[in-house]
Design a protein around this ligand. Structure first.
Ligand code: THU
Length: 161
């Protein structure tokens, strides 16, 4: 038996103001999108903002449904909308912000596994990495690629051989 240890690298910022302007603006877009989420059941409102290679920002927010599984997370709404509108543009970055009990979460939340899997698909499709910014009032986290969240993953390379 051999032990394999896997390390993830994340960067912590006290405030989005420490980031390059373009990413600060991306987080602002995610925060604004969170305010417009449709989350009457969980009351957990999430916003996502996607930065494309043409420097356009596309936003999304969670859309819930009385039939619970019919709803969708903010990240996938944003990514699918970006893919529908700009099918050939790669995603440079995504920012996520969440509101719980009427205020932005203190500690950032992570995207769920299904959203990470969709982000991974985008990275593989365009052979480029996506920076992830997770906003919290106390700190903002940044990862340089989806690999930091899913170092072991299932992807199309395994199917297309
Ligand atoms: N949700 C997101 O939109 N993104 C995440 O990263 C985590 C969870 C949504 C799904 C559901 O509408 C609500 O938050 C509670 O799980």
């Amino acid at each position: 038996m051999k032990k394999r240890e896997i390390t993830s690298v994340l960067y912590e910022y006290n405030s989005p103001a420490e980031l390059e302007k373009v990413y600060e603006r991306l987080i602002e877009n995610a925060k604004k999108a969170a305010e417009n989420a449709y989350a009457p059941y969980s009351k957990f409102k999430v916003g996502a903002a996607v930065l494309l290679e043409n420097d356009e920002i596309v936003i999304g927010n969670n859309q819930e449904n009385a039939a619970y599984p019919s709803g969708l997370c903010a990240e996938r709404v944003a990514i699918f909308y970006a893919n529908a509108k700009y099918p050939d543009k790669s995603i440079k970055a995504i920012a996520v912000a969440a509101i719980n009990n009427n205020s932005f979460v203190k500690e950032p939340i992570s995207p769920c596994g299904s959203c990470l899997q969709v982000m991974l698909e985008s990275e593989k499709k365009t052979k480029s990495s996506i920076k992830v910014f997770l906003y919290g009032q106390k700190q903002t986290l940044m990862a340089e690629s989806i690999n930091q969240f899913l170092p072991i993953n299932f992807n199309g390379d395994l199917l297309l051989k």
